[in-house]
Design a protein around this ligand. Structure first.
Ligand SMILES: NC(=O)c1ccc[n+]([C@@H]2O[C@H](COP(=O)([O-])OP(=O)(O)OC[C@H]3O[C@@H](n4cnc5c(N)ncnc54)[C@H](OP(=O)(O)O)[C@@H]3O)[C@@H](O)[C@H]2O)c1
Length: 385
């Protein structure tokens, strides 16, 4: 029996994690749940899973939640912007699943690891923004950090038991999103509805837009750099429209190991929650004879986010934090109809270019300063367009 805290339990990854728990009541016990503001969904989850602790960021939603919980025995609440971090740090559990979205996930990631827990990490922004701080906490005990992102879960499987010096390079795949094959000019006219219609994965809105610009692959390159200690020159991206091969590791003898699975997040989620064990998921095998598996290079002109992410990753310091924060603001502006899809990466690139006072990633403080500056600057640029 593993005790779990699920941060972001009302989101796409969070609700699927609860499906995994529901299927395996003898393996997992939920001791904490957290949401941003969706108290309607959270209350149903509390009634079903009976966690002794919950966290909710939004204070108004917390008031409603408290009222609705009157009469429900023994639920302690953390409220406010630091609620998820406190839940991760102060409540005893074997493992924290961080399924928050955006750089708000970094402090809870650090809290989970600092308090000695295992961390199943879906929140890729934690590693992009503060990879140095996160990896420092798991030095010598890498098994405490288990990736949930499907490509990194795939790599963790391909690299299990392999000697790191034998790894020549890794390839992370992407389906190409809804705009595979579109030109830059066509992308400039893409609507919000089209961008939200991902052909393979059902995900939260932020990562869905990141998948449409391919910023998501860029973030994943930086995530892989930190998680697996690889140079950027060893991390490659290929488009694989079928979404069945999630990543490939290539070794110095010329061998390649690939991980294949149907594109269903419940698979990497259950693998992370039960790590290193595999549990039955009810998910079928890949139908190998049904259709060919194809791979193609990324169109880097139409999707400049990839090159931007490599550049920012190589620069290091607070550049990735700035890129990630500006991206969050620009994605929101696109969703609100303020800028075109292609404007997202244009805004982010401009903010990155203007980041004149980068600093080493040694504490949350320097990251928060860079984050706040990037958000402000991105908002100004969007306003001025
Ligand atoms: N979805 C996928 O299939 C998938 C796959 C791979 C990786 N990931 C990564 O997993 C993470 C979560 O993605 P998602 O698609 O599940 O996102 P999502 O559906 O938008 O869910 C985000 C969760 O975080 C909560 N939240 C948002 N802002 C918060 C804040 N400031 N403080 C506290 N809680 C907050 C939300 O609460 P409310 O519901 O109350 O707003 C929700 O529970 C992202 O980093 C994403 O890149 C997702």
């Amino acid at each position: 029996m593993r005790t779990l805290i699920i941060l972001g339990s009302t989101g796409s990854v969070g609700t699927q994690a609860l499906d995994v728990v529901r299927r395996n009541p003898d393996r997992f016990k939920v001791v904490g749940l957290s949401a941003g503001s969706n108290h309607e969904l959270l209350i149903g989850q509390i009634r079903e899973f009976l966690p002794p602790y919950v966290a909710i960021a939004d204070e108004e939603a917390a008031r409603d939640l408290k009222e609705r919980l009157t009469g429900t025995r023994g639920v302690e609440m953390f409220v406010g912007p630091e609620a998820a971090e406190r839940l991760a740090r102060e409540v005893e559990a074997d493992m924290v699943l961080n399924a928050l979205v955006g750089s708000a996930g970094l402090a809870p990631t650090l809290a989970a690891l600092e308090s000695g827990k295992m961390l199943a990490l879906a929140n890729k922004e934690s590693l992009v923004v503060g990879g140095e701080l996160v990896m420092d906490l798991v030095k010598g005990e890498p098994e405490r950090l288990v990736p949930v992102d499907s490509e990194h879960a795939a790599l963790a499987q391909c690299l299990r038991g392999e000697r790191r010096e034998d790894v020549k390079r890794v390839i992370i795949t992407g389906s190409g999103g809804p705009f595979r094959g579109w030109t830059h000019a066509e992308l400039a006219k893409a609507s919000v509805k089209e961008a939200l219609a991902h052909p393979i994965w059902q995900m939260g809105p932020k990562i869905t837009i990141d998948s449409a610009t391919l910023m998501n692959k860029g973030l994943e390159v930086i995530e892989a750099h930190h998680l697996f200690g690889l140079d950027y020159s060893q991390i490659h991206v290929l488009i694989h429209p079928e979404g069945l091969v999630h990543a490939i590791a290539e070794f110095r003898d010329g061998s390649m190991m690939a991980q294949l699975a149907l594109p269903d997040m419940k698979l990497p989620i259950q693998l992370a929650l039960a790590w290193p064990e595999r549990l039955p998921t009810g998910i079928g095998p890949v139908p190998l004879t049904e259709r060919p598996l194809t791979f193609e290079p990324v169109d880097r002109e139409a999707f400049p986010a990839i090159d931007l992410a490599y550049r920012v990753g190589e620069l290091g310091l607070t550049f990735p934090a700035v890129m990630s924060a500006a991206n969050e603001v620009a994605v929101m502006a696109f969703l609100e109809g303020k800028i075109p899809l292609t404007g997202i990466v244009e805004v982010v690139a401009q903010v990155v270019d203007e980041h004149e006072t980068p600093s080493p990633v040694v504490s949350l403080v320097s990251l928060e300063r860079a984050d706040a500056w990037a958000r402000r600057r991105a908002a100004e640029i969007i306003e001025g367009r």
